[in-house]
Each structure stands twice: as C-alpha cells, then as structure tokens.
Design a protein around this ligand. Structure first.
Ligand SMILES: [Zn+2]
Length: 56
C-alpha cells in the first residue's frame, strides 16, 4: 500500500498513478489515487508521467 500524495489515503500501488507536478521551475513526482486524479486533471500543473516508452 502506498499513500496518495494529495489526500494521504492508502491505496494499492497499482491504483496510484504517477503524476508530475510542475511548481515554478521544478517538477515533483506524486502518486495520485483515482479520486484525486479527477481533481488534478483540471489542474494544468499536473501531468501524467509516461512510463512506457514507445519504440525508443
Ligand atoms: Zn488521493
């Protein structure tokens, strides 16, 4: 179980999405639960981290 970076609730790791939060010129990696993903998707400072590289 891992904690959601936003709400702090614990979720199975597979349920958490890695998202990058841009703050100023820095980027922070957050793990975000499904409920909070719906919130941060409306926030332009958050991006999904693409873990699977396609064709290099
Ligand atoms: Zn959450």
């Amino acid at each position: 179980m891992e904690k959601c970076s936003i709400c702090g609730r614990e979720y199975p790791e597979a349920a958490l999405k890695k998202m990058v939060q841009i703050s100023g010129r820095k980027a922070y990696l957050n793990k975000i639960c499904p409920a909070c993903q719906a919130i941060v998707l409306n926030n332009p400072n958050y991006y999904y981290l693409e873990e699977n590289k396609k064709n290099g």
